[in-house]
Design a protein around this ligand. Structure first.
Ligand SMILES: [Zn+2]
Ligand SMILES: [Zn+2]
Length: 276
């Protein structure tokens, strides 16, 4: 089976280890191709994004590594790009990437009028949910999926990142059940927009090996994606070399159980479908 991963972090953002250490980890775990996807620089301070001044070096380092390891593995340069509705395309990286992962990490502003992180600490998330929304998760989740739909139709990333990650806060306080009709409708609407746009959705294993949670997105969503013919790729969102194929067996099993027979991989600079 061909193994690949196009969602990975390193010391350029909040991951551990150099790009070369990620490459060595990828080769040790049998990957045919590997993509770097550091968090893109943002116009405000945060703990996990790449600093803008490091971006030129990040972009320059990949071709050197690709050349050095060309007989062992294919390497691709990407970014995990935050979708912020008012952030214009950025000339620092526009046109310089092999691929992009588009992710929603922020949902408007919090009670301190700072960008509100939806996948940071649950304590901070819940404090804002209570302060600004009276604990009404339904309003927030509808805003979250609306942002994803807007990202899909405007940014058009190659890969839609960790689609239902906002569910993580259910572990800290039960906020909603994924079977509730309003939630199912919101997901359904979003999947239809993604299918219409022809984008790929990643099966992201980080919640499994890092937090003991489910796949992003949950298996019932993967089944619906298959019915809508949404292509998938399988990514670990690794933040250190040893995580590069973490929980991949589970993700492949979920894909097969949903009826998928192929996954999409970037090989020879072409996205193509290969057997699962
Ligand atoms: Zn992310
Ligand atoms: Zn990530």
């Amino acid at each position: 089976m061909i193994l690949t991963n196009y969602h990975s972090h390193s010391h350029y953002c909040d991951g551990k280890g150099s790009l070369e250490e990620q490459v060595q980890g990828a080769m040790a775990q049998g990957l045919s191709a590997f993509g770097f996807s550091s968090h893109c620089p943002l116009p405000f301070d945060n703990q996990w994004s790449m600093k803008a001044e490091r971006l030129p070096q990040y972009l320059a380092e990949t071709p050197q590594l690709a050349e050095k390891y060309k007989h062992q593995i294919q390497l691709y340069i990407g970014l995990e790009i935050d979708f912020l509705p008012d952030m214009p395309p950025n000339p620092l990286w526009e046109g310089k990437l092999d691929f992009s992962v588009g992710s929603v990490h922020y949902c408007g502003l919090n009670q301190a009028e700072q960008p509100w992180e939806i996948d940071g600490s649950s304590v901070a998330f819940l404090a804002c949910l209570d302060a600004l929304y009276g604990g009404d998760i339904q309003v927030v989740i509808k805003k979250y999926y609306a942002l994803i739909r807007q990202m899909v139709t405007t940014m058009k990333p190659d890969i839609v990142g960790h689609l239902d990650k906002i569910k993580i806060h259910n572990a800290a306080r039960p906020l909603f059940a994924e079977t509730e009709s309003w939630y199912v409708e919101e997901v359904e609407h979003t999947l239809r927009v993604i299918a219409q746009a022809g984008l790929m959705v990643e099966l992201n294993t980080r919640g499994i090996y890092k937090k003991g949670l489910e796949l992003y997105p949950s298996p019932w969503i993967v089944r619906r994606m298959k019915e809508l013919d949404v292509p998938i790729c399988i990514n670990s969102d690794s933040h250190r070399p040893e995580e590069i194929t973490a929980s991949f067996d589970y993700a492949h099993a979920c894909a097969r159980a949903a009826g998928y027979q192929t996954k999409r991989v970037l090989l020879a600079h072409n996205w193509q479908d290969v057997p699962l």
